[in-house]
Design a protein around this ligand. Structure first.
Ligand code: NI
Length: 228
């Protein structure tokens, strides 16, 4: 399931993150430092050293926004969020087709995280650059994603994806992975649809017994399917 989540960051959070990143200078390093054997040959971008102060400050802003975003919680059902990373692509840079690694080591405590969901939070508006689409392949074909600054796409980490070459300007974004409470994408998708329907019912004067039963089913399915 691919979901676009609008307004993960508000205008002031966006400015705060962008100012830190735009002034990071030597904090930007070759993106291949964190690429695995599959990604390294096709990865041509820069990213912020994930242990730097700039990274920590921006991570805090993003993670606290994620934790308060109902659509993110509903669509992803996060167990563990990998500390968000930040990258940028200048003219001529790109990231060829790859599948993200299945396991990551948490940079601070060394614990293993299974990457169930991949996320890209756009930090640059589409009119600031040409090219740079995030192309995601699934069984319905190819999706070309280029969102407003502050908006985010989440998609199954099993997907083949790439970033097309930048032909003008610079594309800055935040990316990370989530280990979900619900490992299976189909189950996660069903729960998201069910929760969305329940939220809509909550806005109506729907039959209370039916509504309560549905909410019970939603929680009991999570109990049935969740990893922890
Ligand atoms: Ni990737």
């Amino acid at each position: 399931m691919l979901v676009c989540i609008p307004k993960v960051l508000d205008a002031s959070q966006l400015i705060s993150v962008r100012e830190r990143l735009d002034h990071a200078n030597e904090g930007w390093v070759d993106g291949r430092v964190t690429a695995g054997y599959q990604g390294a040959p096709v990865k041509f971008n820069q990213q912020i050293d994930e242990r730097s102060e700039v990274a920590h400050a921006c991570q805090q802003i993003v993670v606290s926004a994620l934790e308060r975003h109902p659509m993110f919680i509903s669509a992803v059902l996060p167990n563990t969020i990998y500390p968000p990373m930040f990258n940028r692509y200048g003219e001529g840079m790109k990231f060829g087709a790859h599948v993200d690694g299945s396991l990551r080591l948490h940079p601070r405590n060394g614990s293993k995280l299974r990457t169930d969901v991949s996320a890209t939070l756009f930090l640059t508006n589409p009119q600031e650059y040409d090219g740079g689409e995030l192309l995601i392949d699934d069984t319905f074909g190819r999706h070309s994603i280029k969102l407003e600054a502050g908006d985010m796409v989440v998609y199954p980490a099993t997907s083949l994806h790439q970033v097309s070459p930048i032909t003008r300007g610079t594309r800055t974004s935040c990316f990370f992975w989530v280990q979900s409470l619900i490992r299976d994408d189909n189950q996660r998708s069903l729960l998201y649809q069910m929760d969305t329907a329940i939220q809509r019912l909550n806005q109506t004067d729907a039959d209370e017994v039916a509504r309560r039963t549905l909410i019970g089913c939603y929680h009991n399915l999570i109990r049935e399917w969740s990893d922890t």
